[in-house]
Design a protein around this ligand. Sequence first.
Ligand code: MSP
Length: 665
Amino acid sequence: MTVKKFYVTTPIYYVNDSPHIGHAYSTIAADILNRWKKSQGYRTFFLTGTDEHGLKVQKAAEKSGKPTKEFVNEKAENFRKLFENLNIKYDRFIRTTDSDHKKVAQAIIRKLHKSNDIYKGKYEGLYCIDCEAYYTGKDLVNGCCPIHKKKVEWVSEDTYFFNLSKYQDKLLKLYEQNPNLIRPESRRNEIVSKVKSELRDLSITRANFSWGIPFPFDNKHILYVWIDALTNYLTAIDYLKSKAKFKSYWPVAEHIVGKDILWFHTAIWHSILLSAGLKPSKVFAHGWLTNKEIKISKSLGNVIDPNKLINKYSSDSLRYSLFREVAFGNDGEFSEKTLATRINNELANELGNLVSRTLTLAEKFSDSKVPKGKKNSPLATSFKRTYREADSQINNYEFHHALETIWKFIADVNRYIDSQKPWDLAKDEKNKEQLNDVIYQSCESLRAISALVEPFIPETSQKIVSQLGLKTIPTLAKYKWGQLKAGTKINKGDILFEKIDFEKAGIEDLFEKLDLKVGQVWEVKLVEGADRLYQIKVHLGKFGHRQIVAGIREHYTIAQLKGKKVIVVANLKPVKLRGVVSQGMLLAAEDKNNVGLLTVANSNPGDDVFIYGLEKKPVENLSIDEFIKITIKVKGGSVFYKDKPLQTGKEMVRADKVKDASKVR
Ligand code: MSP
């Protein structure tokens, strides 16, 4: 039987700077795909690495004051370390400064030359160093590169051209006959129309700097960095060294790239391959991770450091949340808060909880061993369907859907346990066999889950099998329901995912959920049968009025309150106190001797109370439980949240009668 092959590549990353989350993104995707195929029994090859030549890198090295080679060595190491922290299992980490790569890049140039596709000329035009790409005037936005929003350079130099325009018809035919070569389809259509409308010959050498691979036909020139870089995909599978290896992997190559570099990987790369007599490879373009809808990128100054997230949470939670949150072909917002929300929901509540409750059952009712069970169960059918669906979704690069599918199975197992009520079964010895079967099926489900989730969250998958008392994660190829051995000793360990407290983790300022407004007291009544309470009507200007029940009768007379400007929590969930509805709360501070309302003098009813620099995002019906987590303090009569004063547009908020207080309620 011939073994099926799979070859997946990531872009190779420029080493001008440190890796950020966008770089982690393509690489994790390739790792997921590769692990999935490997688990299915494919012989796989997974390539990633660094793009180390070109003007951008040379300039960064100059700026650092280090010799270029030393600089790129250090930077490449950062990528390697990040991938280690992310549990990326690549087969080769290529660097374009590797000696075998230089030979392959030059060999390909010789092929293009042999096909009469290289000629000498003069290039005059625009160049973006950040993209390392040539632009025309109509590509620019306000005179700047559309991606990096920076001014482009005017370049004028002697160069060698690649006869790209010659490939127009061939490319169009290729894309028509192989609709799957470029995915997603929308991006394929964009490429096709661009090939139809503009395919100019490409300058493939540079002569005014030296950090690159020499052009084999003229030693005054070096290869344009993109030509050098693209050929890395051939180097890694031994294009020059082993015909057999190359032949087995090249026909099944799939490149994962960001949408910004799809043109290079299609029109340009496919033409080069055609010219060199090689089969064009498949490409999938993913979208951008964005922050407030702007691409996350060093040059735009909004990077997220993946190492920080890994250290604070875990590699698995980053891997999971990135691929559950964003549809792989689309742009998508990502933040630390997204990650923490995913941990709390699907990882802790759903998966973590299932593992913990299943193993607790085995611990309690089966002497910490896997009991005997039937070889089949409705869960086995659900698993088979899950695997089939997830497989087709993964082959379509729909990682978010695949995760949804797998988590539906996790929900099925949780529901199964709920419906079988093992805790009730355990009350009567005559149910022992049924109880054992429920525990067995639940444990077997965990084994099945470990195989399904391994490509996404490998560390967690290993923890699940270890807690089940097994050594290795089952592969998808060999997995069969019912092979978990009765009698296996389980080791219930720590819970898989700790829940994240957003406030403690510094992800969220609860204060932003509050809606504080200036109110003016208008009417005060006693509440019958409650000697501490007043029923107060407060004006909130254009926001109408509120009825609030406040326990301040011992501290303020009715006359002192009337007309007073106070601070109202305007979005608290209404409650009934002594039969009277209270639609909010007046903020007051308390020290040993006094209770004093928070107050303002010169602001108007309805004015906003805020903290400078913190955007308000009030929620509807804030619960008292959430409200009391927010610590507002009084210092010297002024009122602070995290050392920032509460204010209206006109003045600081002050506390009546109280100088210092550690709590405001
Ligand atoms: N060196 C070239 C690729 C050569 S491949 C033969 C390059 N390097 S890069 O470091 O600038 O970018 C590498 C990849 O990271 C690209 O696919 C790019 O789309 C991706 N990302 C960079 N920022 C990104 C996001 N904010 N979101 C998702 N991916 C993005 O281009």
